[in-house]
Design a protein around this ligand. Structure first.
Ligand SMILES: [Zn+2]
Length: 286
């Protein structure tokens, strides 16, 4: 198996919302906000090429900006175009050739690309995999989650219901060597996607890798309390980091970031003062 990082979208988020409890005086040392307090974000996606020839995507980004309202587009500074199809084309691939899609969770910046603005599946031949608990949350209609899973997302899941495949926790290995494991915190049903061993574009050695979803969206979110204000269960996000980060240090697991605008991933080490620090970043072939 080989994985290759791609950019799906670029956008911007409120810096305060991205760092939750952390005072601006601290987070602005490494993320410079603009005059609207927005910081640059990327929706990162990964092409997965399996040994049997199957091709998939881990994450697909926000999708076509036309899917969003004018207000949403301007609030998030969504660029004119959804970049992912071009990113695939640069590798000689089209959206038709994608056999499967894995999503960490179903927020707009992760599941917004499944359907085009005309209500058609964007990836006509792809089956879509998420943790069962996340699919249940989308379908629950829980009024407390109306911001997390707005009508547009619910409608997408209804229209694509025959191609959405919930992955149960009892059987999390959806393909050989790819696991959708519980990564509660950011959402109840979020998955951390674990690759037991994979080739990595531009690197000689194979590596184990973990896609962190929004429990650790960037290289600036390693510290326990550096977490987004969007997290449904903040303490669970911290517990997840406490469970996984020591393992990432010990087993040299690549952390794959969902929104870092500069690095697709990093290997980390323990640090007495800062808890965890980057030992090496991974920027793909850029
Ligand atoms: Zn996100």
């Amino acid at each position: 198996m080989k994985i290759t990082p791609l950019t799906a979208n670029t956008f911007a988020s409120d810096g305060g919302a991205m760092f939750g409890l952390v005072p601006k005086g601290i987070w602005q040392r490494f993320c410079t906000p603009d005059e609207l307090n927005l910081i640059p974000q990327r929706a990162n996606a990964w092409l997965i090429e399996c040994d049997d020839g199957k091709k998939g995507l881990l994450e697909t980004g926000c999708g076509d900006p036309a899917w969003f309202s004018e207000k949403e587009r301007s609030h998030h500074q969504l660029e004119e175009k959804w970049i992912l199809p071009q990113s695939l084309e640069n590798l000689g691939l089209s959206v038709d050739e994608i056999d499967f899609i894995i999503l960490s969770h179903a927020h707009w910046d992760h599941a917004g690309a499944l359907m085009d603005p005309d209500g058609r599946p964007t990836f006509p031949n792809a089956e879509v995999f998420l943790r069962e608990a996340e699919v249940d949350c989308v379908r629950s209609g829980d009024p407390l989650l109306y911001k997390s899973y707005p009508p547009k997302i619910k409608e997408t899941f209804e229209k694509l219901s025959d191609r959405i495949f919930p992955v149960p926790d009892e059987d999390p290995e959806m393909l050989p060597g790819i696991y959708l494991l519980p990564a509660q915190g950011h959402t109840e049903g979020q998955a951390g996607i674990f690759f037991t061993q994979t080739e990595l574009a531009g690197m000689e050695d194979t590596t184990a890798a973990l896609f962190t979803g929004d429990n650790c969206p960037s290289q600036n979110h390693l510290r326990m309390v550096f977490q987004t204000a969007y997290d449904t269960y903040p303490l669970k996000t911290r517990a997840w980091k406490q469970e996984w980060f020591p393992r990432c240090v010990k087993d040299k697991i690549l952390l794959m970031f969902t929104h870092d605008p500069h690095a697709y991933g990093a290997w980390i080490g323990a640090d007495a003062k800062k808890e965890y620090v980057i030992t090496e970043t991974y920027t793909g072939n850029e």
